[in-house]
Design a protein around this ligand. Structure first.
Ligand code: ATP
Length: 259
């Protein structure tokens, strides 16, 4: 594995300024790296700045302190290497699923036979090969989120940023999406930054769990999860798993899900 980090966040801070000049510092002195192919979960109290951190890494928001680089480049130069998945899949209802997946290739003017074939293969990979010509309203919430993941992967981004992507799903669908995401990640070998409010989800999916403390948001722990891969549903009932969950819970000062 290449040693150079894919994402490097160094001493990053963010102060929002309102129109009336009021300042709100939401992130301060945040530093961490993400290695190629690594899956890093991010957890923290609501409002601790997790989404802001992802927005900074994706170039949607400009940090007011510190440095973020992607493969050694400024974020603005590395945008094509980054894709984002949000809590809501935001599919266009007038386009079929294949054409929703192809959207980033249209923006890039790269609609070719090969890119359509790749989009179809991604839909196959997530078990939706037979739904390519269907529309989003014909799919369940979990299926729609799988289409959104395909759309994020279609341009071969090196980095996938995921902001609470399964937060709107019921518990059973969420569990199966976790298994699905682990498989997709293992097959595609992307680096993933995954924000979640669920500590068990963060531990189960992550190679590491980065814990963000609040007021202002800062990294209070970066825990390496040394559970074997691939992880199974049964792993959630092991003592090792419970210990990781308890450790993160105690750092955040909550029991159960964060809200
Ligand atoms: N564009 C903005 N302008 C001003 N303040 C903002 C802006 N975006 C976010 N904030 C503030 O920054 C803080 C952190 O918000 P952020 O959404 O990053 O937190 P979060 O940890 O992702 O929260 P949650 O877990 O609830 O999604 C909040 O106090 C929020 O009000």
């Amino acid at each position: 594995m290449d040693d150079q980090p894919v994402i490097s966040v160094q001493d990053v801070g963010m102060t929002y300024r309102s129109r009336d000049g009021m300042e709100n510092t939401v992130l301060q002195g945040c530093s961490f790296d993400v290695a190629p192919g690594e899956f890093v979960s991010i957890v923290g109290q609501s409002g601790s700045g997790k989404t802001t951190l992802l927005k900074i890494i994706s170039g949607l928001v400009q940090n007011t302190a510190g440095e973020v680089s992607v493969r050694g480049l400024d974020v603005s130069e590395a945008l094509r290497d980054i894709a984002m998945v949000f809590q809501s899949p935001v599919l266009l209802p007038w386009r079929n699923n294949l054409n929703n997946v192809m959207l980033p290739m249209e923006f890039r003017k790269k609609v070719t036979k090969d890119s359509r074939q790749h989009a179809l293969e991604l839909l196959e990979m997530v078990g939706l090969g037979d739904k390519a010509n269907k529309f989003s309203y014909e799919l369940s919430g979990g299926m729609q989120q799988r289409v959104a993941i395909c759309r994020a992967l279609v341009s071969h981004p090196e980095i996938l940023l995921m902001d609470e992507p399964f937060g709107a799903l019921d518990a059973m669908t969420r569990d199966s999406m976790n298994i699905e995401l682990q498989r997709i990640w293992q097959e595609t070998k992307r680096s993933v930054l995954f924000v979640t409010h669920s500590i068990p989800e963060a531990v189960w999916l992550g190679d590491r769990v980065v814990v963000v403390g609040d007021k202002p948001g800062r990294i209070i722990a970066d825990i390496r999860v040394r559970l074997p891969r691939p992880r199974t549903k049964a792993d959630r009932f092991t003592e090792d798993f419970a210990q990781y969950v308890a450790e993160v819970e105690s750092l955040i000062g909550v029991s159960g899900a964060i809200s």
